[in-house]
Design a protein around this ligand. Structure first.
Ligand SMILES: C=C(OP(=O)(O)O)C(=O)O
Ligand SMILES: [Mg+2]
Length: 430
């Protein structure tokens, strides 16, 4: 076994929206090999690590990633040559120093993360370890757990042509006994969503993350439909299946700070948004709300947390952007009680694993999340299990890029028989 990095080779491939993204291969001195590709968001937070795009309108309408690929093949390959792939933190730090900018804007976080994950896979191959074990070792944990899925059922916002104001209404099979059981439940709910939409004469078209986009006028209409869908699946709302919401409020926010609820034909200020969300929590089995307010609305977030945080998980996505300083501010100012974890918002694997540890130490829930533009790389499933995150937000059982992650969870469960995290993984539950 010789785990020194001997070669890095990157290329441009396509994501689930048919847009270019980076794939990287890493080879070690003993011939071990790791490959990884990175996803891309649509409703992105402004503080995310920088995804480098070519901006050259002649190829892929400016969305090419050939510059990021070139950086991986030249500068990154040279800087990592000879480093030990088992030393994930050291490898990632080398790339951060080489880049020299806080958001990895020079080399591109898309290049850095693809290489970072490929290094972990190559090390795992050399050590004859499954990837989730490699993650567990990097995280310095002793146990593993199978995460509770948070699954898109009804979609709006930037993932569904703004057919609804709120971006996602998601189902969580909290009472399942295993990941296999959880996936079975999700499959029933997702199929019932299509049937319910068809029965109502609503569109059954797929949104970017595999949800149905029925184009309902209000959040309450969508919540009612979630209850009917759950019943149609033969399950009990609020018991077998509970509801999570991603408002993605930053994409509703106007320059004056108000929130445009276009489908309802009104705008709401932060106080009105908080009232609306508190009303949903009161009247429906809503256990988790993500990005209920905008990414710089810190004081309104603190108020929302004070009002509903004791009985609802409040998750920062665009708010925290998987960034340790933003999460630390949230903990200090008692803002939210959960963090969405997107490796490509952070930029490196070790940085993402460290952020999960930081959140857990503060008592915050951790939800490993996909992006709305994904590849068939199922790394996030290994990340969620190996880091003991407790929850995973993948998207619905529809596209191959999404199904790849569920299938990987099934394989991991078979390999390690880790316990299903269940309702105890949620923070702020009643
Ligand atoms: C997955 C999400 O969307 P995107 O990848 O478009 O940021 C999200 O907002 O949680
Ligand atoms: Mg989100």
């Amino acid at each position: 076994m010789n785990t020194q990095i001997s070669a890095v080779r990157a290329r441009q491939i396509l994501d689930s929206r048919g847009r270019p993204t980076v794939e990287a291969d890493v080879t070690l001195a003993d011939g071990s090999f790791g490959r990884a590709s990175v996803p891309s968001g649509a409703s992105t937070g402004s503080a995310e690590a920088h995804e480098l795009r070519d901006g050259d309108a002649t190829t892929y309408a400016g969305l090419g990633v050939l510059k990021a690929v070139a950086h991986a093949n030249s500068e990154i390959a040279a800087a990592l040559a000879g480093l030990d792939a088992r030393e994930q933190h050291k490898v990632d730090l080398a790339m951060r120093s080489l880049d020299g900018t806080p958001q990895l804007a020079r080399l591109g976080a898309n290049a850095v993360l693809a290489v970072s994950i490929a290094v972990a896979r190559a090390a795992a191959a050399s050590l004859r370890q499954p990837l989730f074990e490699r993650v567990r070792e990097i995280a310095g944990l002793s146990g593993l757990s199978m995460p509770v899925p948070m699954v898109n059922i009804l979609s709006g916002g930037l993932h569904a042509g703004r057919g609804m104001d709120v971006q996602d209404f998601l189902a969580m099979p909290v009472r399942a006994t295993s990941i296999a059981d959880a996936i079975h439940i999700i499959s029933r709910v997702r199929n019932a969503a299509t049937e319910e939409a068809r029965a109502r004469g609503l569109p059954t078209l797929l949104a970017d993350e595999g949800g149905v986009s029925p184009g309902l006028p209000s959040g309450r209409d969508a919540l009612e439909m979630m209850l009917r869908i759950t019943e149609r699946a033969g399950l009990k709302p609020g018991d077998d299946v509970v509801i999570a919401i991603d408002v993605a409020a930053a994409s509703l926010q106007q320059p004056d700070g108000s929130y445009a609820l276009t489908r309802e034909g009104r705008t709401a200020n932060a106080v009105e948004m908080t009232e609306m969300l508190a009303g949903w929590v009161r009247d429906y089995p809503v256990v988790s709300i993500e990005d209920g307010l905008g990414e710089e609305d810190w004081s309104a977030w603190a108020e929302l947390t004070q009002q509903v945080g004791h009985r609802t998980q409040l998750v920062g996505d665009d708010l925290f952007t998987t960034h340790p300083d933003r999460l630390a501010r949230g903990v200090r100012e008692r803002v939210a009680n959960g963090v969405l974890v997107k490796a490509n918002q952070n930029g490196t694997l070790s940085g993402t694993i460290d952020l999960i540890a930081q959140a857990k130490a503060a008592g915050y829930a951790t939800i490993v999340s996909a992006r709305s533009g994904e590849t068939e790389d199922a790394f996030m499933s290994d990340l969620a299990v190996g880091s003991g995150a407790g929850q995973i937000k993948i998207g619905s059982l529809r596209t191959s890029s999404t199904v790849a992650k569920y299938n990987q969870l099934l394989r991991i469960e078979e390999a390690c028989s880790a316990p299903y995290a269940g309702i105890s993984a949620l923070v702020g539950r009643p």
